[in-house]
Design a protein around this ligand. Structure first.
Ligand SMILES: [Ca+2]
Ligand SMILES: [Ca+2]
Length: 339
């Protein structure tokens, strides 16, 4: 890989000695007393970690603002004092700087280019997979994250139109029951024109936070880095008759819903009915509707009452324009969560 480093940085690579103890990122950012502020705030520390985006991606064009992580945690690197230092995604760096915090975001702040030492380019770290119903939280702040899981076709659904806010756009997605805030920084060049409610996405991005008030427990965000971090889900076989369910079993009384998707040829009318073990129809979720959909079922019957714990059968029927019928079923289980 061809790299351009300032002469001073090249000299540093020849062997510098850092006065600060080498900490893991988790040690550098620790908040053991849980007050929302890093316990080492104001301390100068040294870490070794790998960049998960380029050095100026979030800097607004001057200085550095990017993210690094090691095996323990991730952190934002921020410095207005280090212009022109070329850092690529996947570069490993030794970084010395003061631990600070900006609107809830824990940062390490190098003072000059001498505080940054290039160690090699091991490549982009694997993203940490978020699970269904999970939001970004303090333990995920600074890490490269995957929201939605392509391997199990577990996408997230856009909940709101992007709204312009301070040099970028914000929108929300549903990850199961969790509303996750997505922050699109305009420095990323991401086009949000195709983002609208109902669009299904797999999202990669960095865990961030923007919370202007103590105790800094809210305002967590996911920050995609490029257009390819926002991947629109499209079914592998468009128009194919199908019924797919997730979150099964689920516990309605614990606030859980089941997600499902059905679809098929555009000219079919769909009906989706829930039957109990005795074969009685207990809930009509879809009735003679054209077109497929993604929806949630909260485990209630047609009288808006919670159904008892147990197995149920979902029956999807599609009737074509010539009266031809297709049917498929899925067994789902309403469970009681034992806490
Ligand atoms: Ca603290
Ligand atoms: Ca934080």
């Amino acid at each position: 890989m061809v790299r351009t480093l300032p002469a001073a940085a090249v000299l540093l690579m020849a062997g510098s000695i850092s006065a600060q103890p080498l900490l893991t990122v988790a040690e550098a950012r620790v908040d053991a007393d849980g007050d929302g502020l890093p316990d080492r705030m104001g301390e100068v520390v040294t870490i070794e970690a790998t960049a998960t985006c380029n050095g100026t991606l979030f800097s607004g064009g001057s200085g550095l603002s990017f993210y690094v992580q090691d095996a323990t945690a991730g952190i934002n690197v921020y410095s207005s004092a280090v212009p022109g230092f070329s850092i690529d995604t996947g570069d490993s760096l030794r970084i010395t700087g003061e631990i600070t915090q900006y609107n809830g975001l824990t940062e390490i702040k190098p003072d000059s280019e001498y505080d940054l030492e290039y160690l090699g380019s091991p490549g982009e770290p694997e993203p940490s997979q978020m699970v269904i119903h999970q939001d970004v939280s303090e333990s995920l702040e600074g890490l490269l994250l995957a929201l939605g899981d392509r391997s199990t076709q577990q996408w997230v659904t856009v909940a709101s139109h992007p709204s312009q806010a301070g040099g970028g756009y914000n929108f929300e997605v549903w990850n199961g029951q969790a509303a996750v805030s997505i922050r699109v920084d305009e420095g990323t060049g991401i086009d949000v024109s195709g983002i609208e409610p109902g669009v299904r996405l797999y999202i990669y991005g960095l865990g961030g936070q923007y919370d202007s008030e103590p105790p800094y427990e809210t305002g967590y965000q996911l920050l995609p880095r490029s257009q390819s971090d926002l991947q629109v889900y499209s079914p592998s076989v468009p128009g194919q008759f199908h019924l797919t369910v997730w979150d099964n079993p689920f516990s309605p009384r614990a606030g859980e819903s089941m997600h499902l998707e059905y679809g098929g040829p555009d000219d079919c009318r769909f009906s989706l009915t829930v039957f109990d073990r005795a074969g009685r129809s207990v809930a009509q979720l879809v009735d003679s509707r054209y077109g497929g959909d993604v929806m949630m079922w909260d485990g209630r019957d047609d009288n808006d009452e919670w159904l008892p714990v147990g197995p149920y059968v979902l029956l999807l029927q599609a009737v074509g324009p010539d009266g031809g019928r297709m049917t498929t079923t899925e067994t789902v289980v309403i469970a009681e969560r034992l806490d």
